[in-house]
Design a protein. Sequence first.
Length: 112
Amino acid sequence: MSETRVPTAPCSKCGRPVAETARRCIYCGTVQYRTAPGTPERAADEAAAVEEEKKLKRQAALYRAGVGMPKEEKGAAGQKAAAGLADILISVLMLGVRPIWAFKRLRTIFKP
Ligand SMILES: [Zn+2]
């Protein structure tokens, strides 16, 4: 069994080992710059980090608001359908016992 280890470098803020290919520290979220300070590449990296920060904040807000989660209305509709099916089953079973009552009930279920 061979184990491949990703080269790591200590985080500039918390000092914990972070993969050299990672853009951010997985522990504290600090952006790990691989470019030399004061260069145009570093300035571009910093600008990209600011944009990414905004995006992450937007995503966090969306997740907190429940975007992408199953809708409550969907669940309610499913329950309604299940209740309708139970109604039909009861009505069909009752056709032999109380035919008029069951027939009326079935008619209310299948009313458009
Ligand atoms: Zn860190």
